[in-house]
Design a protein around this ligand. Structure first.
Ligand SMILES: *Cc1c(COP(=O)(O)O)cnc(C)c1O
Length: 374
């Protein structure tokens, strides 16, 4: 009875939500398994930073862990903290940015594994191990040409000497590909050659190399542990090619008002769009505060049962207006829902129209949607 009531209330709340963000955990797991199969015998981690690219780090981590994933990457130590309660004893969590001063002792005590990106971070983690009186795990990242994070390659000799003398267990040496989504980019080969120098300097330590794009560059880019993010979430790993991943995310937005306007009506802020003829309009309950890019003003669209409904005028903070003249009158009413991300409009299509990438669309999805994990 209780369970039934709770379910009922959940359904009601879902009905009342301005947007429904449906996350298909079964599809997510199948994506992970497809990537894992592609790179075997290398292991396949999951990058769950930024709340698992906006999809919910806790349910995503739970689902992937249940499917056998044991390696989880976040960007910041606070994100690792939040996932500790759901991690099994056999799973590890790594912090890509490494640790900011002051976070070391707590991370050591909690078993969080930092990626060491600089000599300062190496010093501080070594000091933490000495104070704790035990060896601590770490990953060691080298910068192979992205100029973002990692130890410089010209410090390789120095780092080899340092690492051999400190109470740290280096689990993997790693680097990050800057252009893996473009298979023909010259940088891929350059970074592979640079990483070969690191591998030769640390012959006994396994390598972590590929992100999503790197998984599709072939075995030479895999190492012993790959770190896909976007592909696990259904995003295209390689730009300009058919996306082999299954979609994971669907976003439906509620209609809050419909109206018919004559020719010459101004729509939204700035009155920027003026109707050339009478139009039927629907106002939708999500705007840029919910992650609908403002760049989609006058160019994006939503769909209803396959019919394209163009966004007219500027996207507001909490709403936007679409042209529903293509639908039979009365099709959409208060509370109807239209598709923003789904079978008729992929993440990549939305991103292209907004002049951005699928990663940004996902990670900006707002907190006001109701998230449903299936
Ligand atoms: C974000 C990130 C990844 C995952 O990248 P995708 O392109 O989403 O697969 C892997 N490694 C590092 C270092 C990252 O910062």
């Amino acid at each position: 009875m209780d369970g039934f009531l709770r379910h009922d209330r959940e359904l009601e709340a879902a009905e009342a939500a301005p947007g429904l963000l449906t996350i298909d955990l079964a599809a997510l797991v199948r994506n992970h398994q497809a990537l894992a199969a592609r790179v075997a015998p290398a292991a396949c981690a999951a990058v769950v930073k930024a709340d698992a690219y906006g999809l919910g780090a806790v349910p995503v981590t739970r689902a992937l862990q249940a499917a056998g994933c044991r390696h989880f990457f976040v960007a910041q130590s606070g994100e690792a903290d939040a996932l500790l309660p759901v991690l099994d004893a056999g799973s590890r969590i790594y912090v890509l940015n490494g640790l900011l001063p002051g976070a070391e002792a707590a991370c050591a005590a909690r078993g969080i594994v930092p990626v060491i990106n600089s000599l300062e971070q190496l010093d501080r983690w070594t000091e933490t191990a000495r104070e704790a009186g035990r060896r601590l795990p770490a990953l060691l990242q080298f910068d192979t040409g992205m100029s973002r994070l990692g130890l410089p390659l010209d410090s390789l000799g120095e780092v080899v000497a340092l690492v051999s003398a400190v109470p740290l267990d280096i689990l993997f040496v790693m680097t990050h590909l800057a252009s893996a989504d473009e298979p023909d980019h010259v940088q891929n080969g350059e970074q592979r050659a640079a990483l070969a120098r690191v591998r030769d300097a640390f012959p006994d330590i396994p390598i972590s190399f590929a992100n999503s794009g790197g998984v599709f560059l072939g075995a030479a880019f895999h190492g012993a542990l790959v770190r896909p993010g976007i592909a696990t979430y259904g995003g295209a790993p390689v730009s300009g090619r058919a996306n082999p991943m299954e979609p994971v995310v669907r976003l439906d937005i509620a209609v809050v008002q419909t109206r018919t306007v004559p020719a010459g009506a101004r729509i939204g802020y700035g009155g920027a769009y003026v109707t050339p003829a009478p139009r039927r309009l629907a106002t939708l309950a999500a705007g840029y505060a919910d992650g609908i890019p403002r760049a989609l003003s006058d160019r994006g669209a939503v769909f209803f049962e396959g019919v394209r409904l163009p966004i007219l005028g500027r996207v507001s903070m909490d709403s936007m207006t679409v042209d529903i003249s293509a639908l039979p009158e009365g099709t959409l009413t208060l509370g109807s829902r239209v598709e923003f991300i789904g079978p008729h409009q992929t993440l990549e299509e939305i991103a292209a129209q907004a002049g951005t990438i699928a990663y940004e669309i996902l990670t900006r999805l707002g907190q006001r949607y109701r998230r449903i994990h299936r």
